[in-house]
Ligand binder design. Structure first.
Ligand SMILES: NC(=O)c1ccc[n+]([C@@H]2O[C@H](COP(=O)([O-])OP(=O)(O)OC[C@H]3O[C@@H](n4cnc5c(N)ncnc54)[C@H](OP(=O)(O)O)[C@@H]3O)[C@@H](O)[C@H]2O)c1
Length: 256
């Protein structure tokens, strides 16, 4: 089953979305350090290529493929390309997400609603169906969905985003149940506030940050690298009997 190292990913093909920066970049680099060939993906190829260059300089194996997960034709295309080039997929990390609207839920307009749903629900869903079909053709695999603590407790003025993240937690369980017979495990990571571009309004505003940290027992935001270890665990043999779960990595926030 493994060579004594539960975290060895040698020979595995891994696709990480939203991997040009932030949490996805940290995940891509850690999976590559553990031996996976990592497909680094996001909308803009240049940022992905920079991450690939870092990985290859460090002795790892990676390639960049652009994919906007809100566009169905681009989702189809990335899996066609992986099937053609590699003939299999072992690991899928659905990490790229959209959060275009910050404001009162009653003022959510249709375009913000549509964009958030198209990327965070439809995108994660069809990335998972196509990814799992490819995994089913070989020995199975592991999918990790990056959701959010906001999927459990809605973030203030982040209504539609929080609703989509709750859907991702539900999606994780539904896929886990129906894909277990194909030896495909599906789990979720629920990050708390993490120091990335995504959370820059929070992290760069001392007053908002202080208010937010009042609810975090560890009294600090996470660094992106602090999310990657949980993903490594979830995609490796170390978690071989774990499916349908959601792991909070939130400095204790969800203790309440
Ligand atoms: N940071 C936090 O506090 C926090 C907390 C809870 C959950 N999360 C979750 O963690 C995940 C990663 O967030 P992050 O903080 O690392 O964000 P980030 O630093 O802003 O990075 C977002 C990544 O996603 C890509 N991306 C954005 N929209 C995309 C799309 N439609 N299709 C494909 N790629 C897309 C971006 O690259 P391009 O611009 O090139 O596309 C970038 O690589 C998200 O699912 C987010 O909801 C974050």
């Amino acid at each position: 089953m493994n060579n004594g190292n539960l975290f060895d990913l040698s020979g595995k093909i891994a696709l990480v979305t939203g991997a040009s920066r932030g949490i996805g970049e940290s995940i891509a680099k850690l999976l590559a350090q553990h031996g996976a060939h990592v497909i680094v993906s996001s909308r803009k190829i240049a940022g992905c290529q920079a991450v690939v260059d870092d990985i290859t300089k460090a002795g790892g194996s990676a390639q960049a493929i652009a994919c906007h997960i809100g566009e169905m034709d681009q989702i189809d295309a990335i899996f066609a390309s992986i099937a053609e080039q590699h003939g299999k997929l072992d690991i899928l990390v659905n990490n790229a997400a959209a959060n275009p609207y910050f404001g009162h839920i009653l003022d959510t307009d249709l375009s913000a609603f549509q964009k958030t749903v198209d990327v965070n629900i439809r995108g994660y869903f069809f990335m998972s169906t196509l990814g799992a079909k490819l995994m089913r053709e070989s020995d199975g695999g592991s999918i990790v969905n990056v959701a959010s603590i906001n999927g459990v407790i809605p973030g203030d003025f982040q209504g539609i985003y929080s609703i989509t993240k709750a859907a991702v937690i539900s999606m994780t369980k539904a896929f886990a149940k129906e894909c277990a017979p194909f030896n495909i495990r599906v789990n979720a990571l629920l990050p708390g506030a993490t120091d990335t571009k995504f959370a820059s309004t929070l992290v760069n505003n001392p007053k908002i940050l202080e208010q937010a940290m009042a609810h975090v027992p560890m009294k600090r935001v996470a660094q992106p690298d602090e999310m990657a270890g949980t993903v490594l665990y979830l995609v490796s043999d170390a978690s071989s009997y774990t499916t349908g779960t959601a792991i909070n990595v939130d400095g204790g926030y969800l203790i309440g």
